[in-house]
Design a binder for this molecule. Structure first.
Ligand SMILES: NC(=O)c1ccc[n+]([C@@H]2O[C@H](COP(=O)([O-])OP(=O)(O)OC[C@H]3O[C@@H](n4cnc5c(N)ncnc54)[C@H](OP(=O)(O)O)[C@@H]3O)[C@@H](O)[C@H]2O)c1
Length: 298
């Protein structure tokens, strides 16, 4: 089958189309004919070799952590799913014509495949972050990267739970953050003053952006308690929690699909590209300003 492949670690340019053997659904798994593949910064970190110290990726490798598609093979003990079902979920080799899913949720016919493929990774990360921060209605949360996939969804879920959110984004994305029900502000020089002018106290901080925002976050919070980053290794030297342990749940994913279908939250898709343009798509994601999810279609 056709797949996106990398034979060496490096920049997005190492991604190319290739032929690889078709995968088979193992126990508790399903195989899907892929309709869309969501791209993530995580895929870029694996492809660059940056994750090799944490876990090895044998080469040649196929990237892709999340896909939506139509089930064409059901593994032993995979319950509640049948050939022909549309699903979205987690994989480890998704950028291909066929992919095996370890965990999935149903996708209704009226949800676009690109939209569905955009949900698993950001949905899990946003929910996990909010659970760790344990916010109460009426509290104030500062979200760095509120225009992004994870930060944007965390913002919407927090607002829906009665939390006041101040969200940072580029000037061009201020309106998007406001549309999520948050108070937008720009990142960069002078952030502490801008946030203080908007809120007397910040109860919790979620860094879904990176870019060295932790010192300002600690200052605004008055300490490291309830400051959480999903992306900045500087956390380790600052005493800030850096959580990078995804704990996907089929129930959470199904719930998120429902929220999107009902229009209660949105995960904007910025670009849909053919598999052959994986390098271009992943370069956009790696750049950190894609303006929404980037999705590949076989
Ligand atoms: N630890 C985990 O388990 C986990 C899970 C999922 C994701 N992540 C990480 O979380 C991060 C966000 O992922 P994502 O999918 O949401 O990415 P994304 O959609 O590309 O969003 C990136 C966000 O960062 C903002 N940003 C870029 N440069 C910035 C800067 N210098 N200062 C402040 N904000 C800046 C962008 O704002 P503008 O576009 O408005 O400039 C955008 O809102 C990535 O690093 C990813 O690897 C970690």
């Amino acid at each position: 089958m056709r797949a996106v492949v990398f034979d060496r670690f490096g920049g997005p340019e190492v991604l190319h189309l290739g032929e690889v053997p078709e995968p088979e659904a193992g126990t508790g798994q399903v195989r899907v004919r892929v309709e869309a593949v969501g791209l993530n910064a995580f895929d870029g970190k694996i492809r660059s070799g940056a994750m090799e110290a944490a876990f090895r990726t044998p080469l040649p490798a196929v990237p892709g952590t999340e896909v939506a598609g139509v089930v064409d093979q059901v593994g032993a003990n995979a319950a509640g799913v049948a050939i022909g079902d549309r699903v979205t979920g987690w994989t480890s080799r998704g950028a291909a014509e066929l992919a095996v899913l370890k965990l999935w949720a149903p996708v209704p016919d009226d949800l676009d495949a690109a939209q569905a493929a955009a949900l698993p990774v950001v949905g899990e990360a946003a929910r996990r972050a909010l659970r760790i921060l344990d916010l109460k209605p009426g509290e104030t949360l500062l979200v760095h990267g509120a225009s992004g996939g994870v930060g944007g969804l965390a913002t919407q879920l927090a607002v829906a739970a009665g939390v006041r959110v101040i969200g940072t984004a580029a000037p061009v994305n201020q309106e998007r953050v406001a549309s999520y029900g948050a108070t937008p502000t720009t990142y960069g020089e002078g952030l502490v003053g801008r946030v203080r002018a908007l809120a007397p106290a910040v109860d919790a901080v979620l860094d879904a952006a990176g870019g060295g925002v932790l010192p300002d976050s600690i200052e605004l919070r008055g300490g490291t308690d309830r400051v959480l980053t999903l992306t900045d290794p500087a956390a380790h030297g600052l005493g800030v929690v850096f959580d990078e342990r995804p704990a996907p749940s089929a129930e959470d994913l199904a719930d998120l699909v429902g929220l999107v279908v009902r229009g209660e939250v949105a995960v904007p898709v910025a670009k849909v590209l053919p598999l052959a343009e994986a390098a271009r798509g992943q370069a956009l994601v790696d750049g950190g300003h894609a303006g929404g999810k980037v999705v590949l279609v076989p």
